[in-house]
Design a protein around this ligand. Sequence first.
Ligand SMILES: Nc1ncnc2c1ncn2[C@@H]1O[C@H](COP(=O)(O)OP(=O)(O)OP(=O)(O)O)[C@@H](O)[C@H]1O
Length: 274
Amino acid sequence: MTFRLDQVALTHANGCTALAGVSLAAAAGERIAVVGPSGAGKTTLLRVLGAALRPSAGRVELLGADPWALSAPALRLLRARLGVVHQAPPLPPRQRVVTAVLAGRLGQWPLWKSLASLVYPLDIAGARAALARLDLGDRLFDRCDRISGGQLQRVGIARVLYQQPQLILADEPVSALDPALAQQTVRALAADAAARGATLVASLHAVDLALAEFPRIVGVRDGRIAFDLPSAQVSESLLRELYAAEGDALPTLANEPRFAAHPVAVAGPRGVCC
Ligand SMILES: Nc1ncnc2c1ncn2[C@@H]1O[C@H](COP(=O)(O)OP(=O)(O)OP(=O)(O)O)[C@@H](O)[C@H]1O
């Protein structure tokens, strides 16, 4: 089992309950897409799975451990086995792409190697290979603030491909990419996880992308699991019910607000209490 959440709830400091009664488990090698309207709790769920947020109630088991019962050094080691893909990767602007990718293994390398790699990249071939899988092999020595938002998003993914974690948690990893590139990039991520037997959990806006590329779909609404089904069993009516608050059009690659000729109206964030 890669992770197990048992009746997890999370209330933010402002009193907003982002997750309530969430139970979810994944075996090694599963590929799961998390879908749901804005404010449903997808990011919060991924952050709980990444041991970045401590639940207010319930139990978390992650790679065989309760992260919140571990010492600080043991928790750091556990986190180094997780690969987190951010919607907007928090990369230092002046950093070179190669250094950003190699940083994927900082948590696994001894301190001397990590420090040496910051001064001179130690595994240029490895970084280039990870970037090449995302068609970015020629951007190795560019600065992170001199590439586009979509390229930066793919650098964040290359970093996780280089890291080779047991569990990949990707929060809207392709939101800055056009539809063709979004599909290609999600496929690269899924192929990497499949080849290594790693578990992949990705929150996605585009439901067609989720259904096409992921065997298991978890629908989240108002901080709760609305459904957890094999993709073949996720019907259009189930999706319409999930996204009822966001109007008529389901979010798909073609009508992502960023790329639609006539952007779909998106309701404000909703949660259990907000
Ligand atoms: N740091 C925070 N403090 C207070 N409330 C928060 C915080 N982060 C998120 N929330 C609230 O928790 C709920 C769930 O937010 P979350 O970001 O997990 O949703 P989401 O499904 O990822 O949304 P989106 O698709 O818009 O990114 C929302 O109501 C949001 O306003």
